[in-house]
Design a binder for this molecule. Structure first.
Ligand code: SF4
Length: 385
């Protein structure tokens, strides 16, 4: 086992929570899970404060013990917009997720990597300001690990690290971003074929396919949309996801911003037929990118960040297709959200873009049931062909 190496994403140090000034505070409309260690402290905490924290607990059917929400905000969220536990200096009584958020700190094979979740508007604002390719840099202060993948094996870790760099190198080299997504997906598919045959060493020798090739040469399953060059899955797939997996009532309570965006999506594109959707959106995205070419940089950065942040999770089950497919699917969702906002007349200033990304991440990325549904659907409908 190697010595603990700690690395953080290049803009990590720039983050500061804006607390009471935050328009989308994480103390409202979130399900707050209580970790075992903090729960043990609640059981021992004497006096009224102990009674108050215990009174606020409830069992959630999928998330375990969570804070009860009597209103849409956390019970410890004060009128000044600050956490009353934190103000009392009782950080030890804040659930781990509150102490860490928006940091995402994962340890794999003795190496810790830390990122910032883009569901925090302040983190997205910093993310949108950064220039060039994001990278990991060494970090001296001890990082509180939120998730440790103990199943990871050293050779798998080494493979993942090198393969992630291969994909990011291609992504950031000159050339068409959307072609690169296809190259990366095909690379992951080929490498995974070796992994599934227990040939990790062969997976390590797979190189990224060249940009220019005949369609007949493609090894990936023939499901990638032909008419929609901007995405990983057909638009109809995303449509199902939006309409079947988002609980509209819950959305009204938890994310009014996204509820409005979806209403706009429905109004603008509700009449588009499924079989025409890919062609229709391809034309509209192209027009948008002609007028606002800077969005392309946001889409590339988002894809890159997503892949970088999630790829090492595959150390858990070796399923490298999952982070690669999700990077593509979430980027495609982002493009649809940008298009909806843009065509509904929003200026999409830097702040409006940060709002859009944070709210999209909040609705989709922090919903494990949603990810499970996507994975099942991909396995069942696409990879079983
Ligand atoms: S969303 Fe981010 S900036 Fe806003 S209160 Fe939470 S951590 Fe702070």
């Amino acid at each position: 086992m190697r010595e603990n190496q700690q690395r953080v994403i290049s803009f990590y140090d720039e983050f500061h929570c804006i607390g009471g000034d935050c328009a989308y505070t994480c103390c409202e409309n979130w399900l707050i899970c209580v970790d075992d260690e903090t729960l043990a402290r609640y059981r021992k905490e004497p006096g009224i404060l102990g009674a108050k924290v215990r009174l606020n607990l409830k069992h959630h059917k999928t998330q375990g013990i969570v804070f009860r929400n009597f209103t849409k905000a956390c019970s410890f969220h004060g009128r000044d917009g600050l956490c009353s536990l934190q103000k009392r200096g009782r950080i030890d009584l804040m659930p781990l997720v509150c102490r860490i958020y928006p940091r995402r700190i994962v340890k794999v094979c003795g190496c810790t990597e830390a990122y910032l979740e883009l569901s925090c508007i302040q983190a997205v604002s910093i993310f949108l300001r950064h220039q060039g390719r994001l990278y990991l840099k060494p970090y001296e202060q001890e990082l509180p690990v939120f998730w440790e993948i103990t199943e990871a094996e050293a050779d798998c870790y080494e493979f993942l690290k090198k393969s992630r760099e291969k994909m990011l190198d291609i992504l950031w080299a000159e050339g068409d971003f959307f072609v690169k997504i296809r190259q990366i997906e095909e690379y992951a598919y080929t490498a995974y074929q070796w992994i599934s045959r227990d040939r990790l060493e062969k997976a390590g020798t797979v190189s990224l396919p060249p940009e220019e090739r005949d369609k007949e040469d493609l090894r990936i399953p023939d499901y990638f949309p032909e008419n929609f060059p901007y995405g990983t899955v057909p638009v109809a797939f995303l449509n199902q996801l939006i309409y079947r997996k988002i609980n509209q009532q819950e959305l009204h309570r938890a994310n009014p911003y996204f509820e409005q965006l979806l209403a706009s999506y429905r109004k603008q594109y509700g009449a588009v037929m499924e079989e025409e959707a890919d062609g229709f959106f391809a034309v509209h995205v192209e027009q948008m990118l002609k007028k606002r070419p800077e969005f392309l940089w946001v889409f590339r950065s988002y894809y890159s960040y997503f892949l970088q942040r999630s790829y090492m999770d595959a150390a858990y089950d070796y399923y490298i297709l999952s982070p690669v497919m999700f990077a593509g699917i979430y980027t495609e969702l982002l493009i649809l959200c940008y298009l909806t906002a843009y065509e509904s007349g929003k200026k999409l200033t830097d702040y409006e873009q940060a709002e859009l990304i944070a709210n999209m991440e909040k609705t989709f990325r922090h919903n494990p049931a949603f990810d499970r549904w996507v994975l099942d659907k991909i396995r069942r409908e696409l990879f079983s062909k």
